[in-house]
Write a new protein. Sequence first.
Length: 548
Amino acid sequence: MLRSYPVLPAHHASIYVNDQLVMADTWATQNDYVFDWPLPQSVLSESSTIRLEVTGDLDLVKWFEVVYTRDFAADAGVAQFSGDSAGTWKYSVSGFDADPAEVWDVTQPQAPQRILNFEVTGSAPNETLAFQQQITGERQYVAVTAGAILTPDSIASGAPADLLAPGNAADYIIISHPDFLDAIQPLADYHAAQGLRVNVVNVRDVYDEFSYGIFDPEAIRDFLQYAYTSWTRPAPTYVLLVGDGNYDFKNFTSSEPNYIPPYLADADPFMGEVAADNRYVAFDSSNGLPEMALGRLPVKTAAETTAIVQKILGYPASATGDWVTKALFVADNADEGGDFPGESDASAALLPAFFTIDKTYLPAGQTTSSPGTLAARSAILAAINAGRGIVNYVGHSSPNAWAYEDVFDKNSLPSLTNAGRLPFVVSMTCLTGYYIYPLIPATPTTPARDMSSLDEALLRQPGGGAIAVFSPVGKGVTPGHHLLNDGLFKAIFGQHVAEIGLATLQAKAYLYANSSANRDLIDTYLLFGDPALALPLTGRAYLPLALK
């Protein structure tokens, strides 16, 4: 299956198996396109190669499947085979390198049936298994030698967390990887002291009770939906995920742990599958809007967790100077992607009169080392280091930088010295929150590469950075970004929603209410930070939004 986007002329694809053309087709549609083509079995060999040649703007190959007949033969002590029709059949499977130890009928995986009446002939490394059965329909079998039977690395007992008990109650649910439970507890204690019912949950307990102990993002969503609908009312308002995640669930390319997995979904019209963590808390499929305010701390170590928690705990006391009511608005130069300075001006106008607003707009025709870029980069760093309550960026970007000219990027972060003056960063752009790229392992000639995004690094930056970032994990376009930006500032300054998680929730609702397009941003925007953190605006008391 291929995923593509409309182009003129149409897409054209050719598929070769072992350098022999087996399929060619043309199409011009968007979204998934499935090819189903006959394949002569004579084309296949013991080791076959599939080659895809495409013209047109193709995004990715989602999957391929080859169906063919084969001999009943074991591979590395394991044989999987089937009986396809009713009757009495004798099965003969060769190629075992030792005596087959077990044979199972696994047609119903949840209720496998062991087969005992089999015989073994021949000698290693080509022993043959044979047995006879009368069947009424298709059956699936597996046979293994003793040396091929898998065993678990370890078995550990755990105390039941009883997450299914309807008597549980919470205003704030913190789901943490076990490595970070101790480090996140001070944040839970802080919010409990503020009057919230806080429930800290080990993500392994979620897997135990909602997916039979199996690592599965769907278990997290099922747990949160159960807590929202079945726990003692009022329903939870805030959810915090504590742990980084990546798309490589089975460690095919990296051994980096998946502490709290992303909710991967085909949510981005430009990229396809991205981290649609919004769906962890979006239970109404008709609109996709979140029911709870969600945040994530994309941490990899307990030390990183402690550092971010200390930032959050110190924020209310530090955010008392006039820097809190200063804002920095940064915009890319206008181009075919949008009038970014104009969009920035319109959003800045939504801030109240008591705010001091600085604007740094990148001139057109710059490179990474042009005078205009250098001046803008210097102005951004100087403003953040002096203290800004809000920093807003509008324009192009990559996972590592604002603008093609890298006017602010990961290389800029060591120059931040704004500890105690941490801004809420609002990133109306693309990909700066793409947190799911795993670590690139070291090779004999190259060191390992940390692929953390700019917004992750901003939150984790020691000695400065950001208190939170409202961040894109995918791509988007200017009209949607503008609505999301306006919805956020109208929630904070028009509706006096001080808690940043609730403000981002209101921003998504504003986008949904004011446009039938660009609703993909509801799924592809994520808050990095504590969703219950309130923005203290020079002592002004704001009433929090009350949710059911």
